[in-house]
Design a protein around this ligand. Structure first.
Ligand code: ZN
Length: 261
């Protein structure tokens, strides 16, 4: 068994909490001994904070997710700022851009998403925190904004999907690339090639549970953090590297990116 960190798990999500306490025991049995718990919207902060305070290996990140950019308000940003001060999350996230969202829906626009992103990058600069970034069809624009803002605190681009060049632009900015359950699908050829090519020092492992079901999971079943070893297994096969080497390096990468000591 190899020690792993799930670098992206929505642990506070009711679908995972309804599986507790067995689920955490199962994580430990599978070697998944730490979780990074990113936020999505202000209304969940309190639940997420109290959960992460219960156990030091559940690591808190706070931020406003682009999925809910139509719901965020200036007051939420104020709450976020105060919560960072008070609860010391290890990163701001997940924040980012999602250009796959239907922008014709009321309250959604690229400008709107970008405004929330930029405000939170500035907050990260002010508080010296790394970022956990959500990027869907937005790698180039995110890279551009981060460079314009001279952001140099690094972090993780989670659930990465894109080209090697796009991944390298993020790693040159000090980010690690989140590799998740996507990799378990044989049809994910581009992702699998990327995972073979990227240096191991640039990668972290994640599930994004309860989202992003893994290959072979029954329809409608939630993805779970105790399934993280499946990602490790596929990555080891693809890269012809040992499980222990990949486990050790990706744990180190996560600890480094989020400055967990
Ligand atoms: Zn997420």
């Amino acid at each position: 068994m190899h020690q792993l960190i799930d670098s992206h798990c929505h642990w506070d999500h009711p679908r995972l909490q309804s599986l507790q306490p067995q689920l955490w025991q199962s994580c430990l049995d599978q070697g998944v001994t730490q979780l990074v718990v990113p936020a999505t919207k202000e209304s969940s902060f309190a639940r997420q904070i109290s959960l992460c305070e219960q156990y030091p290996n559940w690591h808190l990140a706070l931020g406003l997710h682009p999925y809910f950019s139509n719901q965020h308000t200036q007051a939420h940003l104020t709450v976020l700022t105060a919560a960072i001060e008070r609860h010391k999350p290890l990163a701001i996230g997940e924040i980012g851009l999602d250009f796959a969202l239907d922008m014709s829906l009321e309250g959604f626009s690229i400008a709107h998403q970008e405004a929330w992103f930029v405000a939170q990058v500035k907050l990260a600069q002010h508080t010296q925190l790394p970022l956990i970034i959500h990027s869907r069809k937005a790698n180039d624009r995110l890279g551009q904004l981060l460079r314009q803002l001279n952001f140099n605190q690094g972090g993780i681009v989670h659930g990465f999907s894109g080209s090697l060049q796009q991944a390298e632009k993020f790693t040159h900015l000090g980010f690690k690339i989140g590799i998740g359950g996507n990799l378990t699908y044989e049809r994910a050829q581009a992702m699998r090639r990327l995972a073979q090519t990227l240096p191991l020092t640039d990668m972290v492992l994640e599930t994004d549970a309860p989202d992003m079901p893994m290959a072979g999971q029954e329809r409608g079943q939630p993805n779970r953090p105790d399934m993280l070893p499946r990602v490790l297994l596929v990555l080891a096969e693809l890269r012809s590297e040992s499980l222990s080497e990949i486990a050790m390096q990706t744990v180190k990468n996560t600890l480094d990116a989020l400055r967990i000591n």
